[in-house]
Design a protein around this ligand. Structure first.
Ligand SMILES: NC(=O)c1ccc[n+]([C@@H]2O[C@H](COP(=O)([O-])OP(=O)(O)OC[C@H]3O[C@@H](n4cnc5c(N)ncnc54)[C@H](O)[C@@H]3O)[C@@H](O)[C@H]2O)c1
Ligand SMILES: O=C(O)[C@H](O)CO
Length: 312
């Protein structure tokens, strides 16, 4: 069996060695331009079109959870990957716990008013503020999939009401589930902290706009851990200015790196991280890929296959 590997920024040597150690019976090589030798599987992130075009592969693995970039390449380059070649994505593989760390720490930061105390510090003011009540701090998670459900689970022990919104009804203990466009309004009403963990699809682009933000509880918070295209940045800035949104924590942006002249940089109630909420963990990723390839080779059903029409 032959596997080809391509990632624009990962340490290929490290990954190739780890893959060879995990799957000693497999020939693994880093793909380079002009390599047209046969391969059974491709492990890729932002692959050059020529890497995949015309290849007869048993499967392609995206080296991340979000597959919007590769699906965008496919739509821009018809024939880059034959329709009958299954595309897989990474499900959790160490990203769930990272998302939990990020979300819990930020919700607690806001709930304990550390943002307000930091502002008082800037004014050298010693002042104790009224505490928030857990019951007034409902957390609403857009997207209750692999990562969204992990985040929901991690927030419950802290006493916050937690709800989620997804395409179909979810059964997550302790989490109120809302499903489909018809229930989005009910999901938003009373939500104080909005956490976005949706995939980037034609249906979800620009979802977090003025209309949606206006339906949140007053003095709400927005945490975007998914893709920048979900947020209409001008609408978020307007909601921050009006006070409807009290604070934002953004890990992803419409353009990355975020251009220096973007007003989000300077906004006092916007905190930012440079797309670091959850990294692909090599050990867990390679275990998931090896396990999935083994099941594919045995003709067994597998998890993580991307629905190219649905977009995730
Ligand atoms: N910032 C980061 O570092 C980072 C890291 C990993 C993943 N991500 C992002 O997180 C996203 C989610 O990852 P995941 O593994 O949980 O995905 P997933 O496919 O397991 O879950 C997606 C969820 O979104 C819901 N959904 C999709 N389309 C919808 C629609 N139109 N209406 C309502 N709900 C809809 C689905 O029902 C599902 O609950 C990824 O697509 C990626 O963009 C970001
Ligand atoms: O989707 C993912 O896995 C992360 O956002 C890395 O791009």
């Amino acid at each position: 069996m032959d596997i080809i590997f391509y990632h624009p920024s990962f340490n290929s040597e490290y990954w190739i060695n780890a893959l060879r150690k995990a799957m000693p019976q497999v020939n693994v090589r880093a793909w380079t331009a002009g390599d047209n030798a046969p391969a059974d599987y491709a492990l890729v992130w932002h692959p050059p079109v020529e890497m995949l075009k015309g290849r007869k592969l048993k499967g392609v693995f995206a080296l991340g959870a979000g597959v919007d970039a590769i699906l965008g390449q496919l739509s821009a380059n018809p024939g880059m990957l034959a329709d009958d070649i299954p595309l897989f994505r990474l499900e959790d593989t160490g990203m769930g716990s990272q998302m939990q760390e990020y979300a819990v720490s930020q919700v607690l930061h806001w709930f304990r008013r550390f943002d307000d105390y930091q502002a008082l510090k800037q004014q050298s003011r010693w002042q104790q503020l009224e505490e928030y009540a857990h019951g007034d701090f409902t957390v609403g998670i857009l997207g209750a999939g692999v990562l969204g459900s992990k985040v929901a689970e991690s927030l419950l022990p802290w006493g916050f009401p937690v709800r989620c919104w997804s395409r179909s009804r979810k059964s997550l203990p302790g989490v109120q589930s809302f499903a489909g466009p018809e229930e989005l309004g009910d999901f938003l009403q009373g939500t104080r902290v909005l956490i976005n963990l949706l995939p980037n699809t034609p249906e979800t682009v620009g979802l977090i706009n003025q209309s949606l933000l206006n339906q949140l509880a007053d003095h709400s918070y927005v945490m975007n851990l998914a893709r920048g295209v979900h947020v209409v940045e001008a609408d978020l800035l307007a909601a921050l200015e009006s006070g409807k949104v009290k604070g934002a924590m953004l890990d992803v942006f419409s353009r990355e790196p975020l251009p220096a002249d973007n007003p989000l940089w300077a906004h006092p109630r916007v905190a930012m991280t440079p797309h670091i909420a959850a990294f692909t963990r090599p050990t867990e990723a390679i275990e998931f890929i090896g396990h999935t390839i083994g099941k594919l080779e045995r003709g067994e059903t597998v998890s993580g296959r991307v629905d190219r029409v649905r977009g995730y």
